[in-house]
Design a protein around this ligand. Sequence first.
Ligand SMILES: O=C(O)CCC(=O)C(=O)O
Length: 323
Amino acid sequence: MAQVVRSSESWAKSVPSENVQALAQEVGDTCMDIPQRYIRPELDVGVTAICDDDDDDDDDEGGSDDKVPIIDMKRLLDPNFSLEESAKLHSACMDWGFFQLVNHGVSDEVIEKIKVDLEQFFELPLKEKEAFAPLTGGLQGYGQKVVLYEEKLDWQDMMFLITQPPHARNFTFWPTSPPTFRSTLDKYSTELKSVSSCLFEAMGKNLGLLDLEVLCGILKDNQSMRMNYYPPCPKSNQVLGFNAHSDASGLTLLLQVRDVQGLQIKRKGKWLPVQPLENALVVNIGDALEVNLITTLDFSKLFMALCLPKRAFRHPQALFEPL
Ligand SMILES: O=C(O)CCC(=O)C(=O)O
């Protein structure tokens, strides 16, 4: 996840938006209407497996081809099973661009702690959280997604921090409450770095590259974290927690704090629900890695495989689920 800290001058003026958690509270307390800038009437059609008719690559093969692949990192690292698991990984990367990673080696203790610390941070009074708001034009800190022109807004608040390499961290934006927040994030970020290195290595071998980390030098050492908070919404079928998007990252590793189904991914023109698996990481090949591979390697060999899935995430339900 390459991060460049840009100067405030380089950012266009953004459209101001309200704190969604505070808005949700107000809507709950007063029964006021949700502002129209959050309402997406076209969504009011259910939340699972929505098919976009206008998609030109909609070649639904039907059957059981709708479950995000599961990759077991323990098997990937075990000489007795690594060949088989690597083949699964390769197919997940090429045919899906997504997979769920289990037995990834991040300790249960660190996972539980990051979940607790995040929940505690987002439950703080607004004033305390706003002490970590981004500076004008900046990206890091607690607040809302930067919106450059008036558009439908996401029903979420978030915090964005650069987490690796350690010297790139700006602690002005790292919460001090709960008191363990910083050390927990440090541990979590370090463990995730090992996971992504391992994945880069396995993916590189699958592609016949000695070391994908070399190819993706800039991606491997840089890491940022986006922690999303989706407040409950009385019109949850008319708002999106996170609009459809692809990630600009190299690899995205997503941890769901609560095992509630909400996340969907788009594959072959269909939105498919990602069934939460306790403490699994949802892995997504980001734009930076995809572009890097397509331009660096034999274009014709990789083009079909890497470009077939129209990759996108979205979060159609508004619920609490940071990170
Ligand atoms: O919160 C989610 O489930 C999705 C988050 C996501 O897509 C992102 O942060 O890029």
